[in-house]
Write a protein that binds this ligand. Structure first.
Ligand SMILES: Nc1ncnc2c1ncn2[C@@H]1O[C@H](COP(=O)(O)OP(=O)(O)OP(=O)(O)O)[C@@H](O)[C@H]1O
Ligand SMILES: [Mg+2]
Length: 387
């Protein structure tokens, strides 16, 4: 099947087709066709949408991809991407939002008139000396000024000629702010907007679920929930082979199968290993090239992995190794598991498990048949299982 967005992208050709940054040009982007089509349908229908998935599975990449596709579909939309991960308070979030808008303005006049709308909070523009990206700073003196700024920013978007999509990535971050309730304010000011829709995205499932499905939460039922899953085995497999072929190399079925199994199809890890295998292949990638790439990855990361040991108790470290060796753990309180790895009593080992889930070292995956647990970072998991 051919899609509109399969045509060549104007971006320059990279030497390695396995891109390691979230904004992946369309021809190097794997699948997500159903997700892309469905999310665009939701947006066309006027809904907001909430993307949830574990870390590094592809939420940010999917947002950029959807924006690229919307652009290719004829530019009826204006899109804004705001990553609020670095924000610590409501003011930070406002600044990031203003920067996203400012950097989307075209021409000096538009930029100046945008800043003019914010003059009450005294905007100062500087340029990041390394990235060259413009940065804004404001002087907020009162909470009223902050509320007013939020309203001004949203009014600006509401007044745009095109329909506006704003993606707020790492949205769970707003729960960590002190002071003004960003959640309440955002919801209050977002609700009446007619021209602006939102994609909220986050990886902390508990927090995100509570924000959007908790009856007492301001954002309760204000957005369609859209969990992102792994890319399917078949599709990923043909994508990898195609990327090798299109770029003058080949890869054996066996090698592809091994990569997908070893990385558990967790997108970032799969892309990374493919990137390294491609790099180390002259003509045909076989299991040998895959093993060499894995060794290199371990060498590059072993200091960081060992460092983690210093941050954990012996019990936590042993528990991580046990989960890594299991691969996927479904019965954390079973005698068989506890005895096999000498993990002690069920109650204390459950506490260890909770702490490790909390620290995002272990990933809990929920399904109708119960939870399963795995070491979150797949490379770390594969490294630990060798100990
Ligand atoms: N569909 C895809 N095709 C090719 N590469 C992808 C795809 N999705 C994600 N990636 C790769 O995986 C990496 C991780 O994806 P991304 O940053 O989008 O994950 P995320 O879910 O936003 O993670 P986090 O929660 O940590 O922000 C990207 O940098 C990119 O290299
Ligand atoms: Mg992300």
């Amino acid at each position: 099947m051919h899609y509109l967005w399969e045509k060549d992208n104007a971006m320059s050709t990279p030497s390695n087709p396995f891109i390691l940054s979230p904004h992946t040009p369309v021809q190097y982007f794997c699948d997500r066709e159903v997700e892309t089509a469905e999310i665009i349908k939701y947006l066309e229908n006027g809904s907001n949408i909430t993307l949830i998935s574990p870390r590094r599975l592809g939420k940010t990449g999917l947002i950029y991809h959807i924006f690229d596709i919307l652009e290719e579909m004829g530019g009826e939309y204006e899109t804004y991407y705001i990553d609020i991960y670095p924000s610590h308070c409501f003011e930070d979030m406002l600044t990031l939002m203003a920067e996203a808008i400012y950097s989307n303005t075209t021409g000096r006049l538009a930029a100046r008139s945008f800043l003019e709308t914010l003059k009450s909070v005294r905007p100062v523009v500087t340029t990041d000396p390394i990235s060259g990206i413009p940065q804004l700073s404001f002087t907020f003196q009162t909470d009223t000024e902050k509320r007013y700024t939020l309203k001004t920013l949203l009014d600006y978007l509401e007044g745009r000629k095109k329909r506006v999509i704003v993606a707020i990535d790492e949205f769970q971050q707003i729960r960590s702010y002190d002071g003004l309730s960003a959640e309440v304010l955002l919801r209050t000011y977002i609700q009446p907007l007619r021209n602006v829709q939102f994609i909220f995205s986050g990886s902390k499932r508990h927090v995100m679920a509570d924000m959007f499905t908790g009856e007492k939460s301001p954002f309760y039922e204000s957005s369609a929930m859209y969990p992102i899953d792994k890319i399917g085995q078949e599709v990923y497999s043909s994508f990898i082979r195609k990327q090798f072929c299109d770029n003058g190399k080949t890869i054996t079925e066996e090698a592809v199968g091994y990569i997908l199994e070893w990385t558990r199809r967790h997108t970032f890890y799969t892309q990374f290993l493919c990137n390294r295998v491609f790099l180390g292949t002259r003509k045909e990638a076989t299991l040998t090239e895959v093993f060499v790439a894995i060794d290199t990855i371990f060498k590059e990361n072993s200091d960081a992995f060992l460092e983690r040991r210093n941050l954990l108790t012996q019990r936590q470290w042993n528990y991580l190794i046990a989960v890594a060796k299991e691969g996927e753990l479904s019965q954390p309180t079973s005698n068989e598991f506890l005895q096999k790895y000498s993990l002690g009593a069920p109650s204390s080992s459950l506490r260890t498990l909770e702490t490790l889930v909390d620290k995002e070292l272990i990933l809990e995956t929920k399904s109708p048949s119960g939870s399963t647990y795995s070491v979150y970072n797949v490379f770390f998991s594969r490294w630990l299982e060798r100990l």
